[in-house]
Design a protein. Structure first.
Length: 137
């Protein structure tokens, strides 16, 4: 299974769209790009494998594997990147500003329904993160 995360960068955070088969599934929020510094930056663009993860805090969620120079990068619920994220990605139903969104737990549940079932079938799941193409006026 292959997902795409298409980012738009802002000083306050990165907003994204998760696509599956070219269709928009949900939005994402992340910290702004600060040269991949742990705890304060979103992760570099590239292709990453996803795996299941469980914790008491988030329940069932996803971990992004093999992020250069980083550990335990997760996809978990959050509605405000600067306040709630330390380099992870949060799915949201609706973007409300740069690095801000709403209904993150519902968005994660939707994502886990898609990705979790593939992982349960022992399929490999990858996400490719890239920038939104420049659009001229």
């Amino acid at each position: 299974m292959k997902l795409e995360l298409i980012r738009t960068y802002y000083p306050e955070g990165a907003n994204g769209e998760i696509l599956f088969g070219g269709r928009l599934m949900m939005y994402t929020i992340e910290l702004p790009w600060k040269n991949n510094q742990a705890g304060v930056s979103c992760i570099p663009e590239g292709q990453y494998e996803l795996t299941n993860r469980w914790s008491p805090k988030f329940g069932r969620h996803l971990q992004i594997l093999n992020v250069p120079g980083r550990e335990y990068i997760l996809i978990h619920p959050a509605n405000e990147a600067l306040r709630e994220l330390k380099g992870c990605i949060a799915p949201v139903r609706l973007l409300t500003g740069a690095g801000k969104g709403i209904c993150s737990r519902k968005a994660l549940k939707t994502l886990m329904g898609l990705v979790g079932s593939a992982l349960d079938r022992h399929e490999k799941v990858f996400i490719t993160i890239k920038s939104k193409p420049y659009e001229s006026a």
